[in-house]
Write a protein that binds this ligand. Structure first.
Ligand SMILES: Cc1cc2nc3c(=O)[nH]c(=O)nc-3n(C[C@H](O)[C@H](O)[C@H](O)COP(=O)(O)O)c2cc1C
Ligand SMILES: O=C(O)C(=O)c1ccccc1
Length: 357
């Protein structure tokens, strides 16, 4: 397996067509999904030469936690869809690779089991449920298990219509459950319905689509963990995030799975970086598939890049080993891109390295 694309092809051969479509798919016409890749491809690197690159280092720290590279796993629901062990395999993989793992609220293994399998930093992602007490309980369990931050996903007041899932009648298989939440809050995720996927239907029932900036204080008062907002695509919202006490933002269009016409994450990144101006963490996800993509988003000012689907492909193809290989491959490719562009240290990766011609 020499590149991420090989893991993608291998995964397609392993997964059922319905699960494959759920993972690969986006909302609407899948234009935001395509835009993420197009934006990264449009950027080109302006390499510098005759720099001593005999010692390159990709190592960094994120919110105080050491990482082998500025690389993390984006939150994704139900890792058991890709391999039987699910999130404990991903935690083992992330630990081996020195990457950060963001665990989805809809993880299919318990927070405690995931923490036991982990040897690197863990964050917990939340959707704001109408049942607020469930959020407080999850936040407390995460803190007790050693998770280091909460990531509130703010681009999904409800799950968007994803045509592939409507067509396939996607629902979460009965033996794969969001085990960290009370079963009563999750039952509709498993029930097939006409005209909408089960997860879209579930989100309309269970997500609180009325929350606003003013509600963030309620959550912050109930947890000691730093709060990161995922799904910020504008300077305006980045400024509001800071004003409301966020420790960071994830620049993301949800891998093209929410607002179909949303701006590509790499295109939104510069304005968010400028608005944040070093006062908080800026992470980014969406379409990152090569070491060069990592170099590009770091050059635009991201502190951390996150990958979603490639980790599912690694899990599907080879469980914990496959997922670790995906993360290691991206780290090695970043090391190579740094060497070949004359940037032995992460601090040398600046916007001067990028052109969109
Ligand atoms: C199968 C799947 C499940 C996802 N589940 C969640 C989730 O539970 N919470 C969340 O905030 N984002 C979720 N996402 C979005 C990812 O966190 C991330 O934004 C996106 O996948 C990144 O793009 P990439 O897959 O192109 O790397 C999911 C994405 C996929 C593909
Ligand atoms: O967030 C998502 O993209 C996603 O696929 C999902 C999965 C389960 C429940 C809610 C959203």
């Amino acid at each position: 397996m020499l590149d991420i694309a090989s893991y993608e092809s291998a995964a397609q051969g392993v997964l059922t067509e319905q699960v494959w479509d759920f993972i690969q798919g986006g909302s609407g016409s899948e234009s935001a999904l395509a835009a993420n890749r197009a934006a990264l491809d449009r950027l080109r690197i302006r390499p510098r030469v005759l720099v001593d690159v005999s010692q390159c280092s990709t190592a960094t720290t994120v919110l105080g936690a050491p990482l082998a590279a500025p690389l993390g796993v984006a939150p994704m629901a139900y890792h058991r869809l890709a391999c039987p062990d699910g999130e404990t395999a991903t935690a083992e993989a992330a630990g081996k690779a020195g990457s950060l793992l963001t665990v989805s609220m809809f993880a299919s293994r318990t927070l405690e089991d995931i923490a036991a399998a982990a040897s690197g930093p863990l964050w917990l992602q939340l959707y704001w449920l109408r049942e607020r007490q469930a959020l407080v309980e999850l936040a407390a369990r995460a803190a007790a298990a050693g998770f280091q931050a909460l990531v509130l996903t703010v681009d999904a007041p409800r799950v968007a219509r994803r045509p592939r899932d409507v067509r396939s009648g996607f629902s979460v298989p009965g033996d794969i459950r969001a085990v960290n939440l009370p079963a009563a809050l999750m039952s509709s995720s498993h029930r097939r319905t006409e005209g909408a996927s089960a997860i879209e239907k579930h989100s309309r029932e269970q997500f609180d689509s009325s929350i606003t900036w003013a509600d963030l204080a309620w959550l912050r008062e109930r947890t000691g963990l730093p709060l990161i907002l995922k799904g910020v695509l504008t300077a305006e919202d980045a400024r509001l995030a800071l004003a409301h006490g966020a420790s960071g933002v994830v620049v993301s269009n949800h891998g093209g799975r929410q607002l179909d016409s949303a701006v590509a994450s790499a295109d939104a990144l510069p304005e968010v970086v400028d608005a944040v101006a070093g006062r908080a963490l800026v992470a980014v996800d969406g379409g990152i598939r090569h070491g060069g993509d990592l170099l590009k988003v770091l050059a635009l000012g991201a502190d951390l890049a996150m990958v979603g689907r490639p980790v599912f492909w690694g899990l599907a193809q080879g469980g914990a080993t496959g997922a670790a290989e995906v993360l290691r491959l991206l780290t090695e490719e970043l090391d190579e891109a740094m060497a070949l562009s004359g940037c032995p240290r992460l601090t040398e990766i600046t916007r001067a390295l990028i052109t969109s011609r």
